[in-house]
Design a protein around this ligand. Structure first.
Ligand code: SAM
Length: 244
């Protein structure tokens, strides 16, 4: 079937590709990808061989036009180097143009580091806000944290080993009292999930510089606690109304 297929691929463990993703990648006419070498390896692993086109959202409009033209008569699969396309990865502008051209956009879901991290973090997951990578500059990073701080949801960020301690220190000072989780190397040999107070985690990762890929999660703000003196006054008032 012609159209644009958004195909999720593994985030480390090659066993995590779905049957349907394999099927779509084997049947499609063209694979649009972030990096042709990475895509080539994955296709080889599943025994497929397809024409590859490098794509990112900064590619010239022409590259997108060519892909949209290919979608009219054939199936184009979009993949990232790892995980779900468009989630801190290219594809957004391509999806918009496919919709504008009346072309079917089809989800072929699968691994996504943000969701995998959330599920192992032990932080509340009834509400979460995915915010991609934090800015690299100190001021901008603190501004983003201050902006997201009041949101009553678990915050989910992507991060890298070299930046992690700076991110944790910024969370410790900008959002004091929050529980933090670091989900590292998910689905890979050195997978770990470490939870706790951000100051303690800074100390840990300063002693053991983290390697690999990281999802950083910040628990929601605590429910406003009623100060003890007020609580007593409230209790007395409540009991008084009960008597009448
Ligand atoms: N689109 C991808 C997805 O759906 O997961 C994410 C792409 S983004 C450019 C790459 C970031 O995802 C990494 O810096 C890291 O924060 C996170 N990531 C990817 N694979 C991971 C893994 N196996 N464990 C932890 N985090 C991972």
């Amino acid at each position: 079937e012609p159209g644009l297929y958004i195909v999720a691929t593994p985030i480390g463990n090659l066993g995590d590709i779905t049957f349907r993703a394999v099927d779509v990648l084997k049947r499609c006419d063209l694979v649009a990808c972030e990096d042709t070498r990475v895509a080539g390896k994955l296709l080889k692993h599943i025994g497929a061989s397809k024409p590859l086109r490098r794509y990112d959202d900064h590619s010239a409009g022409r590259a997108r036009e060519e892909l949209v033209a290919a979608m009219r008569n054939g199936a184009v699969a979009l993949i990232s180097d790892a995980g779900t396309p468009l989630v801190s990865d290219p594809g957004y502008r391509l999806v918009v143009e496919a919709h504008n051209a009346g072309i079917a956009v089809v989800a072929v879901p699968g691994p996504c580091a943000a969701i995998a991290g959330l599920t192992v973090s032990g932080l509340p997951n009834d509400r979460f806000l995915f915010a991609g990578f934090l800015p690299t500059k100190d001021k901008a990073r603190c501004d983003v944290l201050a902006e997201l701080g009041p949101v009553p949801a678990t915050l989910v960020f992507y991060d890298t080993g070299p930046r992690l301690t700076k991110s944790l220190a910024a969370i410790a000072t900008t959002l004091p009292g929050r529980t933090v989780a670091v989900a590292r190397e998910l689905t890979k040999i050195h997978e770990e999930c470490r939870r706790g107070d951000p100051f303690e985690l800074v100390a840990h990762y300063e002693a053991h510089p983290p390697k690999g890929e990281i999802v950083l999660l910040v628990g929601p703000p605590l429910e406003a606690k009623v100060p003890a003196a007020d609580a007593e006054a409230l209790l007395v008032a409540a009991l008084a109304t009960q008597k009448t």
